[in-house]
Design a protein around this ligand. Sequence first.
Ligand code: ACM
Length: 714
Amino acid sequence: MKKIAFLTILLFCEFVLHAQQVTSLKLLPMPKQLILNTGSYRITGKFTVSVQANVADTVFYKAINRTYQALNRKTGLVFGQHYITAADRSDSASLVIAVKTMASPVIAADESYSLTVDEKKVKLEAPNTIGALRGLQTLLQLWDKDDKGYYFPCITIEDSPRFKWRGLMIDAARHFISFEEMKKNLDAMAAVKMNVLHWHLSDDEGFRVESKVFPKLQVNGSNGDYYTQAQLKELVGYAKDRGIIVVPEFDMPGHSQSWFAGYPELASQPGPYRPGSRGQWQKEHPRPNTPKTTSIADVIANLEAPTFDPTNEKVYAFLDKFIGEMAAIFPAGYMHIGADENNGLTWRQNPAIVAYMKQHNMQSTDDLQRYYVQRIYHLLKKHHRLLIGWEEIYNDKLPADAIVHKWIPSDNGMIKSAGKASDLATHNPVLISEGFYLDVFMPAYVYYNNPAFAETDNPNILGGEGAQWTEFADNNNIDGRIWPRAGAIAERLWSPALVNNVDDLYRRLFILSGQLDEQGLSNISNYERALRRLTNGESIEHLQILTDVLTPVKGYRKMVAVMFKPTQTAFQTSPLTNVSDIVFVDSETKRKFRHLVEIYLSTKDKNAEAQIKSTLILWQQNDVQLQLVFADNKRLLEVQDHSKNLAAAAAIGLDALGKIDKGNANDTDWVKQQSDTLDIFGKAHNETEIAVIPEIIALVTGHLAPEPASYSVF
Ligand code: ACM
């Protein structure tokens, strides 16, 4: 037995390495095992599908027809089957799908499938319909094209996920994210085999769900932007059709100002309240001894924020009814209660709450929060829901089935973390979003190499979630904020840990980006639209040459800068149309340029040199052209210095190329001087930074430094 197991592991490694070397494949996430053979199955207008299954599941047939039509649109071949049904059972169809049983998307579902393509046919087999849904997505990514037309390469794939919880959190409270936009994101999640939408539906800035029992929640707690119950149900169904469950989050006891706009009696202080950020609340309710806050950590630790009153029995009666109402809309067995970032200051301001704590022998507001979480845990149990909370819920008395959602970077030196995921997992099931925050603008490779997922798989670590908070994302730019980077997270959660080649990730990620935009997201098209807005309808050519190599500043520096601007009050409606709001977090131009520099420095390849040279000349000359666009355009003031610096950096790069040619790169004074200048150009300026400075420095030093494994978040 042991020998067989060992052999399996060996073979498995071989397959994975093989898979990484297959640079023609566009699969993302990469399957667990694959063997690529020679030859192909040619896709023609006669492409047909049959189903060998005794299941009458409409979700399954809808998914098959969606895939079939997507392929029909992709190839333009005008396929002949109008609608594939259980009656289509022919053995001789082009694609035969065989499943044994029907399954609904649940966390414990078997999601495995196998896919074989030979020159005569394509076969997709799965133990159940959910596995088949995953396999259909693989098939959709497998197509390719040559001068003879479209084809699937001959291949054998055996696939199943590494983690059972592969989520994406979308915050619909800060900037409201529309119903249609949510659907598009569900389509994208399905494409990369994610299976949980964690929907952050309430926060200080907005209550985004219609309650029929407590209508003042959405009426007073939002600016009119909320989901009706019909929309919520439709979205849950839309997700289910794609093998995705929806877990709602109603954040409490903090992050809850919007609840109190309609129901101030639930809060620890009398109010009145209206939806708005913590910073806004502070401005409107200044206290003499509030310390000055200059960082996110300060805000969390020192700013008072409206909070539920855990000593008020009416709160639990209210929440009992509310949870019951929501449980009827969200059938998944989980509800997320947030419970993050409550510093207890508001509780300490209320003498009745302080007296209650004394009376019940509570030493600190942490004890009171623990009590609150326990009460909500039991309310959720009553409604057959399991509690999930951010890691602040963690303590040694937390019920063993409550799920702890890790988010705070361990050892960050600013915000106290509950502990490492692996330690928390010795007591409770754990979800990890630490290192997966998309709103901190990290390049995809940072998420991909998230050290939290390097460890041996622990069954109590259920998986993880990418997290998109929306202080700086709205309906226009959110697709480009989440995608394609969430694809790196999806692969980390689905594929074996051994699949870790960053260059190959980027190759496939940019292909995914194009595919998602083509399928209806705006991850690329919003960028182009927004550039036209910035040039007031004039040509975007020269602006784009610059913005293609700009990326947003990493971490929460942008958030801190905006939060403390005297003019900034409402995140809910702030327009997100500045350069920093629209540029890609991963610049494709940078990745290509980096690749060329890598080739050139190691081989002195003439073709790479010529391409580097022409790119540098383009950047050098662009600033002059851009001056015309900058004239009288105040909105572009933020990038004028970058334009000058890119031109100057490119000039240094050209100089360096000349020196390398003459074997003169050892001029150490020159190298030091130019590198120092380039370092300055590489610094963030306003809310963006030039992404290609490390590669130009490499031309100067003759050495391409590895990219940092991570960047500071705070
Ligand atoms: C969080 O980011 N406060 C969960």
